[in-house]
Write a protein that binds this ligand. Structure first.
Ligand code: IMP
Ligand code: MG
Length: 177
């Protein structure tokens, strides 16, 4: 057996539930009459998106896009590309991007820029977690769940090498990942 790192709970499922409820209340206040389009970034946002939308009791639509970053290291962005793009028109729509983590900021900045070119009526970012200590490009987060320390996190949809997405809590994996 390989020695896999052992996850330690950083935010429990109960704390996540409280945070997602708070975000849902803020989003409802701002979007309930706007039929917004929520765009999740695959794969990390899928669990968060699933919980979030079930707390939003008004009309909305959901899309997903996937980015790939060729040659990406932990601190180097690599070349970002949209590998699965939009299937809906976003022109004149109120668009809310749903992210798992804003880390260096490159992915969110790239995606917001890409979406802005399609001329949505409004474009905002909701991030479950933010690691401001690692930021390289500035990104404005309109709705934020948790600020996290400079540690690698997994769980609640977030992976390490495609593993640990199924953990119900947000966990750290130690400092070396
Ligand atoms: P950024 O472009 O550096 O802001 O990175 C954003 C993406 O990198 C996130 O959406 C995650 O997919 C991944 N990422 C950044 N930090 C972590 C982490 O601590 N755990 C797992 N994935 C991470
Ligand atoms: Mg991601």
């Amino acid at each position: 057996m390989s020695s896999e790192p052992k996850p330690q709970i950083l935010f429990s499922r109960e704390e996540i539930e409280v945070a997602v409820k708070k975000l849902a209340a803020e989003i409802k206040r701002d979007y309930q009459n706007k039929n917004p389009l929520l765009i999740g970034i695959l794969k990390g946002s899928f669990v968060f998106m699933a919980d979030l939308i079930r707390l939003l009791d008004f009309p909305l639509e959901v899309e997903f896009v996937q980015l790939s970053s060729y040659g990406r290291g932990r601190s180097t962005p690599g070349e970002l590309k949209v590998v699965q793009g939009l299937r809906s028109q976003i022109r004149d729509r109120d668009v809310l991007v749903v992210e798992d983590i804003v880390d260096t900021g490159h992915s969110s900045a790239f995606l917001l820029d890409y979406l802005q070119k399609e001329k949505p009526a409004s474009l905002r970012l909701c991030a479950l977690t933010d690691k401001p200590s690692r930021r390289q490009v500035s990104v404005n987060i309109d709705y934020l769940g948790f600020t996290v320390p400079d540690k690698f996190i997994v769980g609640y949809g977030i992976d390490w090498d495609e593993k640990f997405r199924n953990l119900p809590d947000i966990c750290t994996l130690g400092d070396d990942k």
